[in-house]
Design a protein around this ligand. Structure first.
Ligand code: GLY
Length: 358
């Protein structure tokens, strides 16, 4: 078991059966426990936990409908009503078992219910292990706007057990790899290369690589928990990625990682356009990412709708669209102003490439 200190809680990486989870449950032996899960984890992960921990025998299991399109205030309100029916008090415990949607929503449900109660995260997707379950961001989407409503609030503990990765479909696993690529791009060339190599055998993820990626996020968050400055670099790829993902929510959908993958390529393109990232490094990033996360065919109307969503991004300030840019692989800077026009140009660049190919 590998334990990493987060701000005021522990992240434990390795088999949950060897972790401090049992003793944490002992500490909460006399309170009610609610497991927040979704359609997938209630079937594939929750039974494993209940059968291994007597402390969960009496726990109520709340099952959220799976999928980003259900990450809404309406579902959260339903859960708060259910918790009220269960007579849950502020000293009881919520245990979130799931991917990023579950840990974000479950954290938000716990943070606002009766002005806040304790919760722990047991992430079951790679995305949630390396990103969503750590760092204290909780919340829901509002229409097409990603994570528009939410609060910063740390869990009591996070248990990251790679055993759950075997329950994932490959597109879900790849979605998590996008955040690992991001950690490489903002932190070190060496990590970026290792993650790209690992993509050849995604289901055989090295524990060391998982830890290294988690460390990158954890260290940034420790220095800037409330995103006053440096933490913004964790949003690399997300300014454009979020509008793509938000736009796709209305149609066939796209995994978070896929949208962020395209967002990273587009933001790397802008980095080069603005004289930062070298053309050579841009090409390396572009080919590595688009190989896994291709750009779909967007119409001109789609592009217009997506760029319109940019104006309401959380990271904007004073009416300006702010974005992270890469100086080089391994170094990212934040608060760069970009225009709707520049973003439209990137979309058109890739659209025209597709037209040329056909
Ligand atoms: N996912 C970016 C952050 O947690 O800051």
């Amino acid at each position: 078991m590998h334990s990493i200190s987060a701000n005021d809680y522990e992240l434990e990486i390795g088999s949950i059966l060897d972790s401090s989870f049992a003793s944490l449950l002992d500490k909460y032996s006399d309170v009610k426990k609610i497991i927040v899960s979704d359609d997938n984890t209630s079937e594939h992960c929750v039974p494993f936990l209940i059968s291994n921990y007597d402390g969960l025998a009496e726990a109520e299991v709340v099952i959220l409908p799976a999928g980003e399109e259900n990450k809404s205030l309406a579902i959260v309100a339903n859960v708060w009503e259910l918790l009220t029916e269960y007579g849950l008090g502020r000293h009881d415990l919520i245990i979130n078992v799931g991917g990023g949607v579950v840990t974000d929503m479950g954290g938000f449900i716990a943070s606002c219910y009766k002005r806040g109660m304790q919760f722990i995260n047991i992430p079951t997707s790679l995305l949630s292990m390396v990103d969503a379950s750590i760092g204290g961001k909780t919340g829901v989407n509002l229409d097409h706007y990603k994570n528009q409503i939410g609060v910063f609030n740390d869990p009591e503990a996070v248990y990251i057990d790679p055993i759950f990765l075997s329950t994932l479909e490959s597109n879900e696993l790849l979605s998590g790899y996008a955040e690992m690529i991001k950690h490489g791009l903002i932190h070190s060339t060496d990590l970026f290369k290792k993650v790209i190599e690992q993509l050849d055998i995604p289901f055989e993820l090295e524990l060391e690589l998982l830890k290294e990626s988690i460390q990158v996020k954890n260290e940034v968050v420790k220095r800037d928990p409330l995103e006053g400055g440096e933490r913004k670099i964790l949003n690399f790829g997300h300014t454009i990625g979020h509008v793509i993902e938000g736009f796709m929510l209305g149609s066939e959908g796209m995994t978070h990682g896929h949208a962020v993958g395209i967002g990273m390529v587009f933001e790397a393109y802008l980095s080069t356009k603005k004289g930062k990232l070298s053309q050579e490094e841009f090409k390396i990033i572009e080919s590595a990412i688009l190989d896994v996360f291709p750009v779909p065919t967007f119409s001109n109307d789609d592009i217009q709708s997506m760029t319109a969503l940019l104006t309401n991004d959380k990271k904007n300030k004073g009416g300006k669209i702010l974005c992270c840019l890469l100086e080089k692989i391994g170094e990212c800077t934040f608060d760069h102003e970009i225009s709707e026009q520049e973003v439209t140009e990137v979309f058109l660049h890739y659209k025209n490439q597709q037209i040329n190919l056909n």
